[in-house]
Design a protein around this ligand. Structure first.
Ligand SMILES: Cc1cc2nc3c(=O)[nH]c(=O)nc-3n(C[C@H](O)[C@H](O)[C@H](O)COP(=O)(O)O)c2cc1C
Length: 224
């Protein structure tokens, strides 16, 4: 008998715990959310395993279907948050091409903090791409050239043979050019939430929000 539609739980109410490591108020935060993020990120770098890992959410139009995936947050500037990926045929590429809105979420469990960003994606320029690309290990640079990210392939061998061909192609080249289809996307924030876990799920949530990227930030506290 098929179990496909059975609603009996296979997982139910994993053990709960309390959040009691800190607190947050609008008096404590920087007036600029980018600087507040930087302060929290620096703290996360001291105690978390992979503080730069972030969940990147996108939505395809016209269906509205949402997807997300973990990526590595690589750069922060005064405009926003930059991640790097393949923007050719990957799911996220097709999502972003149909709908520029996207979101990022970091969870830093040791600090019991979450940061959520909602914003508008924009592609960074060629020079920024190349500068970051040059920092990647050689294998990852050749890998970027070799993977038609998120498209169906016949097997690992197909990918391995493209990689091997590219290794030969770039064998005599110290500086590998960044592929046109690969690079950074900046998420320019419209809303940034700083979440500090508190006892009894009465968390502190301070939100910076603005209607457009040209507006000033409004700072509000929202209910847990
Ligand atoms: C810890 C971790 C870090 C990752 N970092 C990246 C990254 O920086 N860029 C990227 O394109 N994919 C990264 N991935 C892979 C993505 O999660 C995902 O598989 C890939 O981007 C394809 O996503 P898509 O099919 O939704 O476009 C990472 C995965 C993990 C688990």
């Amino acid at each position: 008998m098929s179990t496909q539609n059975k609603e009996e739980p296979l997982v139910f109410a994993p053990e709960t715990y309390q959040y009691e490591k800190g607190s947050l108020s609008s008096e404590q935060v920087e007036q600029d959310p980018i600087l507040q993020f930087k302060a929290w990120f620096d703290e996360a770098c001291k105690v978390e395993k992979l503080p730069e890992s972030t969940n990147f959410s996108t939505a395809r139009l016209p269906s509205g279907r949402v997807s997300n995936r973990v990526v590595l947050f690589k750069e922060l500037d005064h405009k926003g948050f930059i991640i790097y990926s393949n923007w050719d045929q990957s799911k996220k590429a097709l999502d972003v091409k149909s709908n520029p809105y996207a979101a990022l979420t970091w969870f830093w469990p040791t600090l019991q903090r979450q940061v959520r960003v909602e914003g508008i994606t924009e592609f960074v320029d060629k020079q920024t791409n190349q500068t970051y690309f040059d920092t990647r290990p050689r294998g990852s640079r050749i890998g970027a050239w070799s993977s038609p990210q998120s498209t169906v392939i016949s097997g690992r061998e197909e990918f391995d043979s493209i990689y091997a061909a590219n290794e030969l192609k770039f064998a005599n080249l110290e500086k590998i050019p960044c592929p046109e289809f690969w690079g950074g996307v900046r998420i320019v924030p419209l809303e940034i939430e700083f979440w500090q876990g508190r006892n009894s799920r009465l968390h502190d949530r301070i939100v910076f929000r603005r209607e457009s990227v040209d507006d000033d930030w409004e700072i509000v506290r929202i209910a847990p």
